[in-house]
Structure formats: C-alpha cells, structure tokens
Design a protein around this ligand. Structure first.
Ligand SMILES: Nc1ncnc2c1ncn2[C@@H]1O[C@H](COP(=O)(O)OP(=O)(O)OP(=O)(O)O)[C@@H](O)[C@H]1O
Ligand SMILES: [Mg+2]
Length: 339
C-alpha cells in the first residue's frame, strides 16, 4: 500500500557549510492493514522518513506511492487532498490549548469545509471512538497525557485517512498509559482497517503491537520484514533484540552451540526432550527466553551440545519439526541497536 523507492533527503547543514544526508536511498514496502514499526538509533532518519511520508517534507529525490498514487509529484489542491489520506499523531500531542476537545477534533473538519452540524456529529463520533465521551467540553490542560493523546488520535482520524503515522506517540506517557494507547491503536487498526506506521525506540512496542518493522541505520534500511519472520531469522539483529536470549555464561566454544527459535505452540512442545532421546545427544541449555510477540508465543534457546554431536542429524531432526528453526554458532551484537 505504501511503496517507497530510493528516497533521498538532504538538508543544508547548520551554519551553511555543506549538506546533511538524512535519508540515503530508502526502499520500503508497507502492506495494507499492517502495524508497521520504524526503529533505529537517534539521527538515523526515522522522523525525516515520516515527514516525507506525510508530505510535510519534500523529498530531494525518489518516489513515494500510496495505493499506487505517486505522492512525490503533487502540488496545490492535489497535495492537500493527498494529505487528508494520511493522519499524523505527534509525540507532544500538538493540541490547540485554547480550544476544547471537540473544537480540536473539529479543526481538520473545518479546513475540509464541513458545515457546523456535520462537524459536530463527526467530532463526537471520533471522540466516542477513542473513549473520551463526556470530555467534549474539556480543555487539553484538564486532561491526562493519555487522554490528550487520544484527542490527538481522534483529530488524526478526522479525515478518514488510509494511514495513521505516529512519531514516538507514546514516549511522553507512563508505561500503563502507553499500553492503553497502544491497545487503542490496535483496536482502530482492526475496526477501521487503517494502516499504522509508528516510530518507536521501545522494543516493547514492537513486541506488543507491530506486525512488521524496518530498522534504519544512517539513513538506510538495515533490515525489514514481518516481525515473526525477523524473529525466526537467526541473522536478524532486530529479531535478536525482540527476543534476546543472552550469552552462554560459561563462555563455551560457539561452534558447539545452537540457537533455536520456536514460533507458536512449539514453544511449549516436547521437541527438545524428543531430540535428546532420539539422537541420544548430550545437551545443556545455556540461555533462553519466551516472549509474546505480535500475540504469538516465541521461544528462544541457546543449546550447547557435546563435542561429538552429529550436527547433520540434529539439523534433520529440527527440519522435521514445524515452526522450529536452528542455527549453529549464531551470535549477533545487539547492544546499542536502537540508541
Ligand atoms: N530540518 C533539518 N535541517 C538539517 N538537518 C536535519 C533536519 N532534520 C533532520 N536533520 C538531520 O537529519 C538526520 C536525521 O534526523 P531525524 O530527525 O530524521 O532522526 P531520528 O532518527 O528521528 O532521530 P531521533 O531518534 O533522535 O528522533 C540527523 O542528522 C539530523 O540532524
Ligand atoms: Mg525523531
């Protein structure tokens, strides 16, 4: 649904000398109905990418298509029309403080030319959708952070956008409130079918709600994919960070260790006992973790086998198990991945 091709954004450097390359050729595909997480260290280009997607920033070169319509070439009325297909939720809410909740949500409807009666009906519908019925006449300063962000979300949905973009929408909120706002985004994604693209620096957000993700590094896409595919891939740094297994505390030889990932019910299944029995293998569990990822149980184990292990037999055994993958010696540096 969103198709980004070789997107480049260059800014003049502060002080006037030279240029800053914020995006150095981004290629990205975001499917309809996805909750897509964008992560990466500070300065890697996440906000710039989002500002190109919502047309607040003009790309230096490259292409952005939304449902097949090229957004990079628009101007005037067609640019304003395209902007209505994309809603944005901001970290600091960006509400108008002299206006009530209802008047904040009505604001984009005024710009779209709806009359007073239509505006009010639509605004109250949106306020109900985000769970704020009864707060129509409150001012932003009378609301909690989580309630203010709900107003921000209602306002972003006013023009019935195809996509909801969120730049660190929960990072000003405490953990409980964050979870409630994330649950609201999931609910809106399910009920309205709106595609959600969110920037986050929290792995917990990725784990809890995202169905796919991209990791940026220095203005480029370092890796992207569906969350469960990233987690099942022993070469994925993002997958390793989402379900971190820890190092072998004994510091044993990497060559004898295997990283096993199980997706779904297999996390609780008897495959390990069967492997030991079938192959008469000596094996120690030297690391492990179970997490809920995108609503699915994911297990990860680091196993150390005895030196005379028959690797081909282990590989064959694992290949016959559904939803279990194994990689020998896999070890990825995930420190500082997102900072
Ligand atoms: N308007 C601008 N003018 C000049 N340079 C900019 C501008 N906006 C962003 N940059 C630069 O582009 C690079 C990417 O910035 P961006 O804000 O997209 O990073 P980010 O990944 O969102 O970081 P953070 O996690 O800190 O929010 C940085 O080097 C930044 O200084
Ligand atoms: Mg940013």
């Amino acid at each position: 649904m969103i198709f980004v091709e070789n997107l480049v954004k260059t800014f003049p450097a502060a002080g006037g000398a030279g240029e800053v390359s914020a995006l150095r050729g981004i290629d990205l595909q975001i499917a309809e109905g996805e909750i897509f997480g964008i992560v990466g260290p500070s300065g890697s280009g996440k906000s710039t990418l989002l500002r190109c997607l919502n047309l607040l920033e003009q790309p230096t070169s490259g292409r952005i298509a939304l449902r097949g319509d090229d957004l990079s070439q628009l101007a005037g009325a067609s640019l304003r029309g395209a902007r209505r297909r994309i809603g944005t939720v901001f970290q600091q809410f960006n509400l108008l403080h002299a206006r009530t909740v209802r008047a904040n949500v009505e604001f984009p409807l005024e710009l779209a030319g709806l009359d007073r009666v239509q505006r009010r009906a639509r605004a109250d519908e949106l306020i109900a959708l985000v769970g704020l019925t009864g707060k129509e006449k409150a001012f932003p300063s009378q609301l909690s952070g989580g309630q203010q962000q709900r107003v921000g979300i209602a306002r972003a949905l006013a023009s019935e956008p195809d996509v909801l973009l969120c730049d660190e929408a929960t990072s000003a909120l405490d953990p409980d409130t964050t979870d409630q706002v994330l649950d609201l985004l999931v609910e809106l994604n399910r009920t309205l079918g709106v595609t959600v693209v969110l920037i986050t620096h929290e792995l917990g957000v990725l784990r809890r709600i995202c169905t796919a993700a991209a990791r940026l590094e220095d203005g480029r896409v370092a890796e992207t994919g569906r969350i469960l595919d990233l987690v099942a891939d022993p070469g994925s740094a993002l997958g390793a960070a989402i379900v971190p297994v820890g190092d072998d505390p004994s510091g044993g030889d990497r060559a004898d260790t295997a990283l096993v990932t199980t997706i779904g019910a297999e996390a609780h299944g008897p495959w390990l006992a069967q492997l030991v029995r079938t192959l008469d293998a000596d094996v120690a569990v030297v690391g492990g973790r179970v997490e809920q990822v995108a609503g699915v149980t994911v297990g990860r184990l680091r196993l150390r086998f005895g030196p005379d292990v028959d690797r081909a037999a282990v590989d064959a055994f694992v290949a016959a198990q559904p939803n279990v993958t194994l990689a020998w010696g896999a070890d990825i540096e995930i420190e500082g991945l997102l900072e």
